[in-house]
Design a protein around this ligand. Structure first.
Ligand code: NDP
Length: 294
């Protein structure tokens, strides 16, 4: 029997509707009060990488859709680290900004770790700051990276249980594989994380109840990697020879074996930007409750 499709489109739409409703309520609370801030997200783009520019435009569009104020900063590609840090300091202090995102990758003369570490952990809606990473691995409340959280929300909102399941993740990057492993562990899965040096990869993957592919290689996960009835989450975003977006999973083959599967496009990718909105609202509520406004 072909796998159930876990639709990122449908699940994202549900989450966005909820966020929109919450923001409409905040707008009502604000009324005519000029001092009542509404959730705001600042997005910094350094340089003119076409892929990054599309992502940034898309984020602004979704902000508009849900009612989050967005502030865009497009800097020259040779911007100095001091100037970028100056902008981040200013945004850290800005009462109208509750989330700050610096689009990665940065040009090579800028040190990503220093830049990410300069963002206030309270406003780090990407969840990349070392403090948020540490809190996540300790199972404490924090801002969680958007793609891994999107994967978990997709499972939960599709009614797929995580506790006790064996989750195998292919990929150990700092933005997907590692935080997802921490998150799945916090959800009481038994987690195996694999990478390019892993031996017997197919055999390990065939043990997975939940298999996550975050590799960056089109069609890498074939039917050989998948146990009958397993849940398969495809994080990969790759361009084929016709410039179409393809996942890391060979969908046609794997969907005949898996119990449930996320498509590409229309899967995890849509969840990532939706969770960014959710994280911005969470950052806003955290900051406001500290200031005793909400
Ligand atoms: P990275 O290149 O940072 O990491 C890829 C990982 O895959 C590495 O850990 C690497 O292992 C592992 N890997 C590569 N080849 C093999 C192999 N032959 N066998 C086993 N493991 C292998 O990529 P990202 O984590 O940033 O992204 C992964 C994919 O997800 C990409 O397609 C990216 O575009 C996509 N992506 C999608 C997002 C979304 O919103 N849907 C968001 C972010 C990423 P090693 O560490 O040993 O090198």
């Amino acid at each position: 029997m072909p796998a159930t499709i876990i639709s990122g489109k449908e699940i994202s739409a549900r989450i966005r509707e909820r966020i929109k409703g919450e923001i409409e309520e905040l707008v009502r609370m604000k009324g005519e009060n000029p001092d009542f801030a509404l959730p705001g997200l600042a997005v910094i783009l350094v340089g003119d990488d076409p892929g990054s520019s599309i992502y940034v435009r898309n984020k602004r569009k979704i902000c508009e859709e849900v009612g989050i104020r967005s502030f865009g900063y497009i800097l020259e590609k040779d911007t100095s680290e001091a100037d970028l840090m100056g902008l981040i300091d200013q945004l850290n202090e800005d009462k109208n900004v509750h989330g700050i995102l610096c689009q990665l990758p940065l040009p090579p003369h800028l040190d990503e770790f220093s830049v990410i570490s300069a963002i206030s952990p309270e406003k780090d809606v990407d969840g990349f700051h070392p403090i948020n990473k540490g809190l996540l691995s300790m199972g404490k409340n924090c801002l969680i990276p958007c793609t891994p959280l999107g994967c978990v929300e997709m499972l939960k909102l599709s009614g797929i249980g995580i506790a006790g399941k064996h989750c195998v993740i292919i990929g150990r990057s700092n933005i997907v594989g590692k935080p997802l492993a921490a998150l799945m562990l916090n959800e009481n899965a038994t987690v195996t994380i694999t990478h390019s040096k892993t031996r017997d990869l197919q055999e390990i993957c065939r043990q997975a109840d939940i298999l996550v592919a975050a590799i960056g290689k089109q069609g890498f996960v074939t039917g050989e990697y998948v146990k009958d009835g397993a849940v398969v989450i495809d994080v990969g975003i790759n361009r084929d020879t016709e410039n179409k977006v393809r996942g890391d999973v060979l969908f046609e083959e794997v969907s005949e074996i898996a119990g449930a599967i996320t498509p590409v496009p229309g899967g995890v990718g849509l969840m990532t930007t939706t969770i960014l909105m959710q994280n911005t609202l969470q950052a806003y509520r955290n900051i406001m409750s500290k200031e005793a406004v909400l």
